[in-house]
Design a protein around this ligand. Structure first.
Ligand code: TRP
Length: 332
């Protein structure tokens, strides 16, 4: 049986953190064994919420992010790794899909309302591009006829909309695209060092994968633990402690010991965090070595992305020729 095709995208936010790794990147790496994978730095999507100032940095944010992908084990020989704007066919498909997508569908997407609020805009003042965000995302996926899309829970409404757009297109113009399926990442939400909110760069509660061992130790030692454990002699409650949940990922063999020693106050939070930092550093050591090696190879990321864009373009051009034919536009 032919392998399924995976497409996924990440907005270029620069260096990845532990939350990005456990929540998405690890899964991307694993999927390379079973699928033909296409991984995209979605820079056009990033423009929907960026200021002009931020936009100017997008090249270096993309470079840092892709370095992390490669160091984590995304294999550019096997998978297609590219930058969204390097394959402009996606903008053409986005425009054409815009003709079969009712505005009401887009205005009802919960992430749209949420973004409008976050950006302190109104539905009238917000940029046109933001309304079309899920249409562009649909174009990403179906331009490559991907059937499987690894994403987090928050992207499920977008995937549902993508399927509706595909069904409508196929109904109007004949069967052209497979209906893409979301494949949910199993890793639960990774909280930040504040122990309250999702780990995120913008909240500055994160630990970068590429940080040095010493920086990592310092950051992890600032993490909040069980807020009710005030004295060293109080027993802790690992089930409410984010540091404990990180032990499960980075220090798996020791979780039982950590649990027992915490609940009986045999260990304090400081030593517990120091042990966690060590486990994170141990786990990330090979990643950091590979990252340094790739960063030192002049022009390496650029070459990977150029080759990725070539491979992606070949697929994109074939799909667009078919779409133009189906819609009656025809080809020159
Ligand atoms: N919207 C996704 C996010 O914010 C990123 C994305 C863009 C994407 N295009 C995609 C994800 C296509 C999967 C498939 O995380």
């Amino acid at each position: 049986m032919a392998k399924g095709r995976v497409f996924s995208g990440m907005r270029p936010t620069g260096r990845m953190h532990l939350g990005n790794y456990l929540g998405a990147l690890q899964n991307w790496v694993a999927m390379q064994r079973e699928y033909d994978c296409i991984y995209c730095a979605v820079d056009i999507h990033a423009l929907t919420t960026m200021t002009a100032q931020e936009t100017r940095n997008i090249g270096s944010l993309t470079h840092e992010m892709v370095l992390d992908w490669l160091a984590a084990g995304i294999d550019p020989e096997r998978s297609v790794v590219f930058v969204q704007s390097h394959v402009p066919e996606v903008a053409q498909l986005h425009t054409l899909l815009g003709m079969v997508t009712p505005l009401g569908w887009l205005m009802r997407v919960p992430t749209f309302k949420e973004k409008v609020r976050q950006m302190q805009e109104t539905e009238e003042s917000v940029n046109y591009g933001l309304v079309g965000y899920p249409v562009l995302m649909t174009a990403d996926i179906i331009l490559y006829k991907a059937d499987t899309v690894p994403v987090g829970e928050d992207q499920v409404p977008h995937l549902e909309l993508a399927r509706e757009i595909v069904r409508r297109f196929n109904f109007m113009f004949g069967p052209t695209f497979p209906e893409p399926q979301a494949k949910l990442t199993e890793t639960p939400l990774v909280l930040g060092l504040d122990g309250k909110q999702k780990m995120s760069k913008s909240l500055d509660n994160h630990v970068e994968l590429a940080a040095t061992a010493e920086e990592t130790r310092k950051r992890i030692l600032t993490a909040f633990t069980d807020p009710q454990r005030l004295r060293r002699t109080d027993p802790g409650r690992p089930w409410v402690c984010n540091v404990y949940s990180l032990h499960k990922y980075f220090n798996a063999e020791r979780t039982q010991v950590v649990y027992d020693e915490c609940t009986t106050a045999k260990r304090g939070c400081v030593e517990c965090k120091a042990e966690m930092a060590e486990a994170v550093n141990r786990t990330l050591a090979p990643f950091r070595a590979r990252r340094a090696e790739f960063a030192a190879k002049h022009g390496y990321v650029r070459e990977v992305l150029a080759e990725g864009a070539r491979r992606a373009s070949a697929i994109a051009r074939a799909t667009m020729a078919e779409v133009r034919e189906r819609m009656g536009l025809g080809n020159p």
